[in-house]
Design a protein around this ligand. Structure first.
Ligand SMILES: [Zn+2]
Length: 148
């Protein structure tokens, strides 16, 4: 029986009553649903599915923005530039060796890391119930919401 969980666009705090707390790194790296760890998170290479096929979690809350790309740029840049400097200082190879080594490595690392990092950031967003800020009118006055 499926638990009486909400399918709101923002993950509900009641989710913790029905699902175990999963590691964002484990579910993100595997590309699995951040709530149940079973359903697939992606429907393409980086395209997020509309909802979890296993627990029905609505993925519309997901907005990782440029976060995964920033992490990948930092990590791949650090690794590739560090290796290129070391190879240059240790062996002083001709420039074509650098091109043959670092261009493919950069592409392979960037494409290989983007999806896991997007999965991890999505799982972190779910874990911390991070969402875009919204203005809430707490006053019960009869003027209705302030502003437009
Ligand atoms: Zn799920």
């Amino acid at each position: 029986m499926r638990p009486p969980i909400s399918l709101r666009s923002v993950p509900s705090p009641e989710d913790a009553d029905y699902f175990p707390r999963l590691s964002p790194v484990a579910t993100g790296f595997a590309g699995r649903c951040p709530r149940c760890g079973q359903g697939r998170l992606f429907k393409g290479f980086l395209t997020v599915a509309p909802a979890c096929s296993s627990c029905g979690l609505d993925y519309s809350f997901i907005d990782s923005g440029d976060g995964p790309a920033v992490f990948v740029i930092m990590i791949v840049g650090f690794v590739v530039v560090g290796l290129a400097l070391w190879v240059e200082l240790a062996f002083s190879p001709p420039i074509w060796v650098h091109l043959a080594l670092w261009l493919p490595l950069t592409v392979i690392l960037a494409l290989g890391l983007l999806r896991p990092f997007k999965g991890i950031l999505v799982a972190m967003q779910y874990r911390h119930r991070a969402a875009e800020g919204v203005l809430v009118d707490d006053d019960d006055d009869e003027d209705g919401p302030r502003g437009t």
